[in-house]
Write a protein that binds this ligand. Structure first.
Ligand SMILES: [Fe+2]
Ligand SMILES: [Fe+2]
Length: 484
């Protein structure tokens, strides 16, 4: 057994740095959950991956440098572990009515229900994304991309473990029941769907995967950064370590889209086509820039719905209680209690967008969405720099935050991506210019070939990356297929 919190004990059934073996009941309960998890992985994890050996990173420590080791792993033998960031001596609650008090190592009874809800909602997203991405391995544009997909998948599986650990350790029988439920719900299933809308959407093609990891994993980052502030210390430590993995998921998304852009721009330049050419581009087997714009419109809007109502007493209560803070709370320069503060929130009043000062406590969700949009603007700027490097006059843009919303202030508002308010009929008549239509989705699917690629081989619609993984060459054998 390891006494060092930095090192992970891999000699036990469940790798961990939480001294699991010192709590027999908990260890047993988790060991009973383990085969159920593996059954779920078998049924809903990456299809036909059981025989593959994948060049994966596994966390071996939670220290910032040298926390991971790389090597070939047979996918079902991946060691999903329970890893918490080190406990900080003397940490105090950073916000809300308990500000300045020591953080909690156990759950305060009055906040039990609230904490359980937040942990279950976060936990539910993790297996959901694995389910959404289940069949993508079959159409991977290269072995390197296939490996990146599987890396994201095993880590989302580990994030599920992270939340299940908290449920089992701190919530008794209710927690164990919730942990079972997390394996029962299914993305997109009518009878037992996943909890949040975006996690019931399909991810049928690789552009959707790269957009999902760019935009929806970025929501994951925002939520984890807010939960990492929590006064409930085990939750904070869990989320802090999850964030190190989340960074890679967003990297896969950002660079994936960027490589698609580079390939398209190469072809546009070579053939002297207009940057907004659609049929000509498609004929040449690359993804046209207007389709990328429509996908951005779709993924940003469904992801913004994950932030919940802009003005929310639930969010105010969680903040006040010291359970969920703001994005990087400790870097914000105010009193961290917000009792008299206000925050400007965009609303629709009499058919117009108006900024309204709301009590800052009630505007926590809106503020997190603002921080998210700022992050996304930087993301789109890096994609636009890629386009500009080919001297093409085309600019990708984030849609207006009211565009295509189902949740919160803008549900029921029909806004264009540039932020004009329209009638429902006007919106319906232009919807196909703004969101992927059936033809666009079919085109994307038609590009996805079910063919096994050799090392260093890439599909024609995506450029190879500039560098390989962990210092390996781009044409490294990132996945050994061993097809039956
Ligand atoms: Fe995750
Ligand atoms: Fe993720």
């Amino acid at each position: 057994m390891s006494d060092n919190i930095g090192l992970v004990d891999y000699d036990t059934k469940i790798p961990n740095n939480v001294q699991l073996s010192s709590d027999r009941a908990l260890q047993k309960a988790l060991e009973r959950w383990l085969p159920n998890f593996l059954n779920w992985w078998q049924e809903m994890g990456p299809a036909d991956s059981a025989e593959m050996e994948v060049y994966l990173r596994t966390a071996i420590s939670v220290e910032p440098d040298g926390w991971a080791k790389f090597g070939y792993v047979k996918m079902p033998e991946y060691r999903w572990g329970i890893l918490l960031a080190p406990q900080e001596e003397g940490r105090t609650i950073g916000f809300g009515r308990h500000k300045g008090e020591p953080v909690w190592q156990e759950i305060p009874g009055e906040y039990r229900a609230m904490l359980r809800r937040l942990i279950v909602i976060q936990g539910d997203t993790e297996p959901a994304s694995v389910e959404q991405q289940r069949f993508l391995g079959k159409t991977a544009p290269s072995l390197l991309d296939m490996r990146n997909l599987f890396q994201v998948n095993v880590e989302e599986g580990r994030h599920l473990w992270a939340m299940v650990y908290l449920l089992h350790k701190y919530f008794g029988r209710d927690g164990r029941e919730e942990a079972e439920q997390l394996l029962q719900r299914r993305s997109g299933n009518e009878d037992k769907p996943r909890i949040l809308g975006a996690f019931n959407e399909k991810t049928p093609d690789w552009l959707s995967f790269f957009m999902f990891t760019s935009f929806t994993d970025r929501d994951g980052k925002m939520q984890l950064e807010s939960l990492a502030q929590s006064g409930f210390d085990p939750l904070s430590r869990t989320c802090r370590f999850m964030l190190t993995e989340e960074g890679h998921h967003m990297f896969v998304g950002r660079t994936g889209v960027e490589r698609i852009i580079r390939r398209t721009c190469e072809v546009l330049t070579e053939k002297g086509l207009n940057p907004d050419a659609v049929p000509a581009c498609r004929k040449l087997g690359v993804i046209d820039l207007p389709t990328l714009q429509k996908k951005i419109n779709f993924h940003l809007s469904v992801t913004l719905d994950l932030f919940g109502a802009e003005v929310s007493t639930n969010a105010a209560n969680a903040f006040n209680a010291g359970i969920k803070g703001r994005f990087r709370e400790s870097t914000i320069n105010d009193d961290h209690q917000l009792l008299d503060a206000t925050y400007p929130v965009l609303k629709t009043i009499d058919g117009k967008f108006v900024m309204v000062d709301e009590p800052a406590l009630n505007a926590i969700n809106s503020r997190l969405a603002d921080d998210y949009i700022t992050d996304c603007e930087q993301l789109v700027a890096t994609w636009n720099r890629a386009i500009q490097s080919y001297d093409l006059a085309f600019e990708l843009k984030l849609p207006h935050r009211a565009f295509n919303r189902r949740v919160g202030e803008f549900a029921g508002v029909h806004a264009s991506p540039s932020g004009e308010i329209l009638t429902p009929d006007e919106f319906a008549s232009r919807q196909d210019d703004w969101l992927p239509d059936q033809g666009d989705l079919e085109f994307l699917l038609s590009l996805m070939e079910k063919k096994q690629r050799g090392t260093g081989e890439f599909a024609g619609w995506i450029a190879p990356p500039k560098a390989g993984i962990n210092g390996q060459p781009v044409d490294y054998e990132y996945v050994k297929i061993h097809a039956a």
